[in-house]
Design a protein around this ligand. Structure first.
Ligand code: ATP
Ligand code: MG
Length: 255
């Protein structure tokens, strides 16, 4: 297979207590370029910890992480920051600045990283990103508190897209949302991926339906390891008892 790899994780281990317990226990994972990879698994299995490693926010205890062929551990802080510019992130609560308007929020990364641009140019890009994220212009000058949950997600997405990232990471973008909003955000991720050719999307989700709807590639984590990876069809047809339980019953673990 000649599939290009955007993120390559080898034998990644992470302990937060000096090696007594490991949250990631030797994880091996290749995230294909240009595809949507959905990472699923029960709560507390290390999905967010994994994502923070990809962003260079956590240091591995051992093992390696390559992003676009470059080893994170070989990179300086400045290089990591530059790399992060290529990765747009959308968190569950969108994490907007409360005292900035939708437009200011969307323009924020440009203000930080594209200082050569004039204010009007930054604003124009931010407007475009808000537009493709589906926020109506009448909301651009509103504060997050004046926007609905769905609108805030759109602003968060616009901000994640501001610097034209090559990788889009979503950590639980729909957890806690009602079914209609969940579908809207799923559709938004899907259309964003399709309209940004070559972008690699990584979606961390509790939601198996989303995994099946969105994922080209699904990875299931369990207790700090990859339990299974494959296409949605592989997951539907698996004989693996543990995965079948997850697939059949959703994410609630039966104790
Ligand atoms: N900075 C940290 N220091 C110590 N322990 C941590 C830290 N971050 C996460 N952990 C622990 O690592 C484990 C995995 O956490 P993580 O947030 O990755 O889970 P998750 O799979 O994202 O769960 P959820 O689906 O609930 O978001 C948890 O037991 C958590 O307490
Ligand atoms: Mg998490």
């Amino acid at each position: 297979m000649s599939q290009e790899i955007a993120i390559d994780i080898k034998d990644l281990k992470k302990s937060f207590d000096g090696g007594k317990t490991f949250i990631l226990k030797g994880m091996n994972l290749k995230i294909p370029k240009g595809k949507i990879t959905v990472i699923i698994g029960f709560s507390g299995t290390g999905k967010s910890v994994l994502m923070k490693h990809i962003l260079g926010l956590h240091q591995p205890t051992s093992g390696s992480i390559k992003v676009f062929g470059r080893q994170l551990s070989d990179m300086s802080n400045e290089e990591i920051i530059k790399l992060r510019i290529k990765m747009g992130v959308l968190f569950q609560h969108a994490a907007l600045f409360d005292d900035m308007t939708a437009l200011e929020n969307a323009a924020f990364p440009l203000k930080e990283h594209r200082r050569e641009l004039k204010k009007e140019q930054r604003e124009e890009i931010a407007r475009h990103k808000l537009k493709i994220s589906g926020l109506d212009e009448i909301h651009y000058h509103k504060l997050p508190a004046e926007l609905s949950g769905g609108m805030r997600k759109r602003v968060g997405l616009a901000r994640a897209l501001a610097l034209d990232p090559e990788v889009l990471l979503y950590d639980e973008p729909t957890t806690g949302l009602d079914p209609i909003l969940t579908e809207m955000v799923d559709d938004l991720m899907y259309s964003t991926h399709r309209s940004h050719k070559g972008t690699t999307s990584v979606v961390i989700s509790h939601d198996l339906h989303a995994a099946f709807r969105l994922g080209d590639h699904i990875v299931m984590l369990d207790k700090g390891l990859v339990k299974m990876e494959g296409t949605p069809e592989d997951f539907i047809n698996t004989d693996n008892e543990f995965v079948r339980r997850f697939v059949n019953k959703g994410i609630r673990r039966k104790e």
